[in-house]
Design a protein. Structure first.
Length: 400
């Protein structure tokens, strides 16, 4: 049995700080607005939707107590609708799609909503704590370092210079700016207030005025952390072939902290026909892959190649790639590992320009690639993200 994606919706991304436009919007409301937009766009008979799976990383405070069921209850879908919240760190939004697809392909479910939400202005990154980062009994033997150190370790080990990562970041901003001006983000909706008035109608972090000179002037974000807190030494102890960590990442070439939510509608062929829904894509393959937790962010290549093998495909068979821009060096390394040119990757910019709302990003990337494949009249896409703790996730879709 096939699993089809019938539609995808995402909110605009608001800056994830106290000055961001969406700080006054709860994550429940962000998720609810995407659910209701999905219903309206498809004239959806919501009693046929059986479950909602939402990715969310910081499951505390406003995002605690199963936000998927909270949003389902708050939506106009009906009391029958169940919800479950999952956390595969940055891969959560894509994991929700993969799990929903598995339910549908197995025949256990007919129609589901899968997505993610993260309000990083209201629930700060790291608020949930956790043994991997807080417990010395776990962190010390695992050589666990902050992700910024891992990104700089990748750059140092594989020879990506400050100029390389800044050039990548500049291109992300330019592509996102062009896509914004051209109106390419078809799956995007504005976030509205209680009166139905728009609070934000475009992605707030995109900076068309970005220059290479401006990026070059920014100070590295993780140099002091690496030296004073000793994390450089921890990384070098694990990778002694690296004589010194060269700190190349900063706020301008790392993913932006933002608020946002996204959902997809996933079901089998029979339910689609009965509801008059036209499938847009089928989910052809997906994969996850663990990697070393110190360098941490190198899972994209292995997971993508694993998904390609599962689908019986080569990298050249994929028309477009969406690779989450957690840090610039991460994507450069992934492109090298997969063997794909930047011309096919993140063609409308990525998280460096648009932002990375942790639990929602994977779902947002899916909507972005669906829109762009249709706009260009292309057929196949691969969405992939690196994941904290040393993991990677990838999903391949094919146009129907």
């Amino acid at each position: 049995m096939e699993a089809y994606i019938y539609d995808a919706v995402r909110t605009v991304r608001g800056k994830g700080n106290r000055k961001g436009a969406l700080i006054g919007v709860t994550p429940t409301e962000l998720a609810t607005q995407t659910l209701n937009s999905l219903r309206e766009r498809n004239n959806l008979e919501t009693e046929k939707v059986e479950d909602v799976i939402l990715g969310c990383v910081g499951q505390v405070m406003d995002q605690a107590a199963n936000i998927a069921k909270t949003a389902a209850q708050q939506s106009k879908y009906g009391d029958h609708l169940c919800g479950v919240t999952l956390n595969r760190f940055c891969g959560s939004g894509l994991e929700s799609i993969n799990q929903a697809a598995a339910y549908v392909k197995s025949g256990f479910r007919n129609l589901m909503v899968a997505g993610g939400v993260e309000s990083m202005s209201r629930v700060k990154m790291g608020s949930d704590g956790g043994g991997m980062f807080m417990d010395p009994a776990v962190a010390i033997p695992g050589h666990i370092v902050p992700q910024g150190i891992s990104a700089d370790l990748i750059a140092s080990k594989y020879g990506y210079s400050r100029e390389d990562v800044d050039a990548f970041a500049f291109e992300s901003q330019m592509r996102a700016s062009k896509a914004e001006q051209a109106g390419y983000f078809k799956s995007r909706i504005s976030v509205k207030d209680i009166n139905g008035l728009s609070m934000l109608d475009k992605d707030e972090n995109v900076r068309p005025s970005t220059t290479k000179e401006g990026l070059a002037s920014l100070n590295p974000s993780f140099a002091m952390m690496g030296s004073m807190a000793g994390f450089d030494a921890v990384a070098i102890d694990r990778y002694p072939e690296v004589e010194e960590i060269t700190h190349v990442h900063h706020a301008g070439n790392s993913s932006a902290i933002v608020d946002g939510a996204a959902v997809t509608l996933i079901g089998n062929e029979e339910i689609g026909k009965s509801l008059g829904l036209k499938p847009r894509f089928r989910i052809r393959a997906n994969a996850i892959q663990g990697t070393d937790p110190t360098i941490m962010l190198t899972g994209i290549g292995p997971a993508s190649l694993k998904a390609l093998k599962q689908a019986g495909m080569n990298p050249s068979d994929i028309d477009l790639f969406e690779i989450n821009e957690a840090f610039a060096a991460v994507v450069i390394k992934a492109m090298d590992d997969i063997g794909v040119d930047h011309s096919k990757v993140n063609v409308n910019g990525g998280a460096i320009a648009l932002g990375h709302p942790l639990g929602a990003t994977g779902t947002m990337l899916m909507g972005t690639i669906m829109d762009e494949l249709e706009r260009r009249d292309l057929n196949t896409g691969l969405v992939t993200l690196c994941i904290g703790g040393g993991m990677g996730i990838a999903t391949i879709i094919e146009r129907v």
